[in-house]
Design a protein around this ligand. Structure first.
Ligand code: HEC
Length: 160
């Protein structure tokens, strides 16, 4: 039974990914881990955008917002593990990760710590019933996302 459920959920995930027109996962383990990393960030980006859409509504769904904040916090904890050595631009595979993630790793980890502090504060704010507080902490966390992107993420011309 357990095994059956695992298979079903793997298939369901595959279906959703195909439905979104995502590229196929590579057989190369390095490229594959980089594709999964990008998907994880894209999922975080979607949660982030969903919170924005919700917060703009005249009566935001506070449970939806809290759930998204919790997911971002949980996923966010793992970010450093998404960057094993050898998965940067030197791999030759498509990535927006800059080499500085590894060459200046203490700074990368510091940006991550600062981000996590804001993500946790957002969970606290979203647990309350003050929408203005949630909104303001949402923006503060967004700045912490950007503070890591500025030094450590690049945009490749011609790619989204
Ligand atoms: C500690 C650093 C760090 C933090 C914090 C961080 N990101 Fe990123 N993010 C990156 C890096 C590096 C990449 C590029 C990954 C790659 O291409 O392999 C990335 C990629 C992305 C992408 C995919 C776009 C692309 O480059 O193709 C999205 C979307 C994204 N991040 C959203 C967010 C959001 C939203 C937050 C905050 C809630 C956040 N990130 C926090 C470092 C970070």
């Amino acid at each position: 039974m357990h095994r059956f459920l695992v298979v079903v959920s793997v298939l369901a995930a595959g279906f959703v990914l195909t439905a979104c027109g995502e590229e196929k996962l590579s057989d190369n383990p390095v490229e594959r881990s980089m594709q999964i990393r990008r998907r994880s960030f894209e999922d975080m980006g979607e949660l982030f955008k969903m919170m924005d859409d919700e917060l703009k509504k005249s009566s935001p769904d506070s449970k939806k917002i809290l759930d998204a904040a919790k997911k971002i916090e949980t996923m966010g904890k793992d970010i450093p593990t998404w960057f094993p050595a050898g998965t940067g631009p030197e791999s030759g595979f498509k990535t927006h990760a800059k080499a500085e993630i590894w060459s200046d790793n203490p700074r990368f980890l510091k940006m991550h710590d600062e981000f996590m502090a804001e993500a946790t504060k957002l969970v606290h704010a979203a647990s309350g019933d003050n929408n203005a507080d949630t909104m303001s902490q949402y923006f503060t966390m967004g700045v912490a996302c950007a503070n890591c992107h500025k030094p450590f993420r690049t945009e490749i011309p011609g790619e989204k």
